[in-house]
Design a protein around this ligand. Structure first.
Ligand SMILES: [Mg+2]
Length: 212
């Protein structure tokens, strides 16, 4: 984790799922909704598709040398990423799982008074909006970048460049915060951005001390 002097930071880009909230139960439901979707597309049993997805994830990771996203696995197995997300919007109910955390709200509120904050996620805009509302974070971001902007899943160098251009700051001034190094942080780090890996609310709250 590389973290420069706090005074160099002028914007913060947060991943959403697993970063601004952590809920293993909801994460498992996202995986199962993808199994359901691909079972329908392929006309195979959910058990077969679950095994196939696991094997495909391993194969793609070996071929590419990096961790593979659900989007990549879905596309490799003949699914359509827009159709997968339409299915997610219809099937997933974060309202039943996510609860707001006042300490996270307080942290983000304080940070938002000092820097523009952004969300950059492989989730879609409909679910992202619902999740941010549930978490009490809906009005704290200057812009939200979701997969349905252009259906290019993270990690994607061209998309990252577009987002940095939109933020209008040098890479060294834009801190990226995420729970998966390979998906959220590797490319920003290679581009010259500071990064912060956070896999729990406790780790996320450490940002307050690091930024001061
Ligand atoms: Mg994440």
């Amino acid at each position: 984790m590389r973290f420069p002097a706090a005074h160099g930071i002028r914007a913060i880009v947060f991943d959403l799922d697993g970063t601004l909230y952590v809920c293993d139960e909801f994460a498992a439901l996202i995986q199962e909704a993808a199994v359901d979707y691909l079972a329908g597309v392929r006309g195979e049993s959910r058990d077969d598709v679950r095994s196939l997805m696991a094997a495909t994830r391993v194969r793609l990771a070996e071929e590419s040398g990096t961790v593979q996203t659900l989007s990549a696995v879905c596309a490799a197995l003949g699914g359509s990423i827009p159709a997968l997300h339409a299915w997610f919007e219809q099937q997933l109910h974060p309202e039943s799982y996510l609860v707001r955390n006042e300490r996270v709200i307080d942290l983000l509120q304080r940070l938002s008074k000092r820097f523009p904050l952004y969300v950059y996620t492989n989730n879609n805009l409909g679910l992202t909006t619902r999740i941010l509302e549930l978490l009490g974070l809906a009005d704290l971001f200057s812009a939200i970048f979701t997969i349905d902007d252009d259906w290019r899943a993270k990690p994607d160098e061209e998309r990252l460049g577009q987002i940095l251009a939109r933020i209008g700051r040098a890479p060294a001034e834009v801190l990226f915060v995420g729970d998966r190094y390979d998906v959220d942080l590797r490319l920003p780090e290679q581009t010259g951005c500071p990064i912060f890996l956070s896999r729990s609310v406790d780790q996320l709250l450490r940002l307050a001390g690091l930024i001061g």
